[in-house]
Design a binder for this molecule. Sequence first.
Ligand code: B3K
Ligand code: ZN
Length: 876
Amino acid sequence: MVSAAAPQPTVRLSDYRPYPFRIPAIDLNVVVGDALVTVTAAFQVEPMDAVASTAMELRGVDLELVSITIDDQPLPQEAYSLTGGGLVIRNPPTQPFKLTTVSRLNPKTNTSLEGLYVSGGMLTTQCEAEGFRRITFHPDRPDVLSRFRVRIEADRQRYPVLLSNGNAISVEPLADDPSRHVAVWEDPFPKPSYLFALVAGDLREIRDHYVTASGRDITLRLHVEAGDEPYTAHAMASLKRSMSWDESVYGLEYDLDEFNTVAVRHFNMGAMENKGLNIFNSKLVLADAESATDGELERIESVVGHEYFHNWSGNRITCRDWFQLSLKEGLTVFRDQCFTADLHSEPLKRIEDAAMLRNTQFREDAGPTAHPVKPDAYQAIDNFYTTTIYEKGAELIRMLRTLLGPERFMQGMRLYFKRHDGEAATTEDFVTAIVEGASSDGQSLGFDPDQFRRWYHQAGTPRVTVSSQWNGEDGRLTLTLEQITAPTPGQPEKLPLVIPVLWAAIRPDGRPGKEHLLVLDQQRQTLVVEGLPPAVQPPVLSLFRNFSAPVTWDAAQSTDDLFALFAGDDDAFARWDAGQQLWKQLMLARAAGTPALALEARMLEALRQLLSQQGENDPAVLATLLAFPGQAELEALQTEADPPALERAACELREHFGSQLASLLQARLDAVASGLEQVWPAGQGERQLTGVIWSWLAAAGDTTARLSSVAAVNGASMTLARSGLRALQPLDCPERDQALKAFHDRWQERPVIFDTWFALEASTPRTDALERVAALLEHPKYDPMAPNSVRAVLGGLVGNPRVFHALDGSGYRFMAEQIIAVDQRNPITASRLAKVFSRWRTYGIERQAAVKQALSVLSDADLSTNTREVVSLMQA
Ligand code: B3K
Ligand code: ZN
């Protein structure tokens, strides 16, 4: 038995060597028995070196090797050896040969949710990044591409549905045992092992079809547990929209005859793009307006799109090694962001993504787990499925588009998909293709591509300082920009990057001026702009429009300028950002116990304007302008991060503005009321604004708003139900308990939705909250094997600052103990949870000491490689 591997050595990009064998074809025979699964794997192998024999290394974890043959001849014991992480064949033939292994595994004892495992009564797989080695002995690296043919044999009653990648060839009863049946699947496209998938279970099928641009009729099948069929229409419609979008924007069509999707309750992440057989966390499939919020519906649509888009960006062109992960993930996030923007609102999507990046990726970039978009070393690759690889990776691609302009950029994309189809590529290949494709028009690039590549290797968020000088008589503006990136772990020295700065000067009459692109590529750079309208006052600058680069900046803008931008910048991002800068000042002052009264008064006035009838009339834009900055961004601005103080500040400001603006807010509520029942995506803005107003009014003690919030929990819209709960949650009032109980009673039989109740309970600030969280972990409906439930409860606790960050360290200790328990069964989920401690060095001295203790409790435990890597980085 090859058991779970010992701590893995560090893997380095510089050690990459091509695999010395090609495996063009793989035949898998998977026989599902009562307890064990037997896998016979026959590989066609072609040695690269036809002269000298090279040892063949195969990976295997928790597998029992039953037999091994080469060209149907048993391999003598001395010809191979079983090692901690797999098997080595010492002197394989130098000519093409057939390697056949038979191995056995037990999916029931596999709690890692990697490889082949049980979820409910079904068998399912997750192979990315290194799960295939838990199914059969294989090199299990992304640069080995094979055509797979898969035979699955199983009991007909227990496993009526048998799925794998590619096209279904046949399903037949087993000749000599009619209680069993056999399905054969064939995938004509060579793929790496991480895209392999297999599902066997009692599933219900929802079938539809899609005709591609070239007229091919594709069967679309969605497989869910019995009873879940009514909640699949949204996912199916999202899939069709994705297929059509990739055709019209990228000219990319689907390539197999069928496309299968399976919803699984026990899943480590959102979804997985296995070729032709996407597997989804059921919470990202099962949804309708009554059971999912507008935000969740949009997210489902975008994840369905994301996994579908991987068929080209990830599957047809895959990664040479895991250091290239952003090649597929950054690009696919970029593609799904554009998909959502095209289908809904481009400016609002940009704001959403910018806020997300600032509160997750910037935090990562500033902490102990900071790493470049292309890391150069790792211990557990699963720790690198991060917001840096995904979202910052997408920002790099967006910057290329901003620098090149959309048309030239698309020329580059077309070249990339054409040139590397069928290959395992690198991020260098990607940038080269974009640059060469874009330059095919013979014009200069406008930036140095080699310098641009630094973005892939340099961790940390650059900070840009902007200063300006104004000559009012001549209308001459001199802008000086300086960039600096603070050191990150292992990278003390930073080089200047290529930073696209989209900016405009607002004209004296308030009208926006022309938008300019400035390419900041020196550490310090000066730009002189002539010919602006002469005026005494310098023009107001609208900077980093559309969030043109993933950086922070300091332009020392005056309060007057920020209010001017907030009132009416024509760039939605820059307008929202000006408001965010003002909100940040207000919240930090409140958190410090010294409210900025004069600024609050000006904000009140600005909000009166906005809320008045002549003010902003798009409810979604208005709701976005009223949204407070995220906790992480605010913490980063405090000298000593103090999450409970920030939470208190938000409560105070809601109460203050809620009471001061009560009548205007009420008038806005009345104005949007008639639009609340529109079906998503219509009515989103109305519902979003209603939610913000409820939370302000409820905080100010408005009984009607509190009662409407409670009533919403039993209404027809999950968006409003959750808005009501969010409005009441921070308030210690009877309506809060009524609302939580109503939610509990209504949804307790629907696990996917009931996880929300766990999260709400765990994040409700109460004096006995920690005991309640402990009780939730014993709740009969809590499923410790389902990462969704684990994250709901433990993530909920983290979202409860007063409890998690209690000065006596009780929250941290509790979390450390839970992480150790989760790590025993599921290292991937545990190591992600461990990152909740990553900002500990920014806390005050007392909290630092408490986290330090929690970290040493963790570190003294017997941890997985995954969790050990994260804990060590945080302790370093
Ligand atoms: N590629 C998968 C993520 C796999 C995570 C492995 N631990 C989902 C996605 O990004 O589309
Ligand atoms: Zn992805």
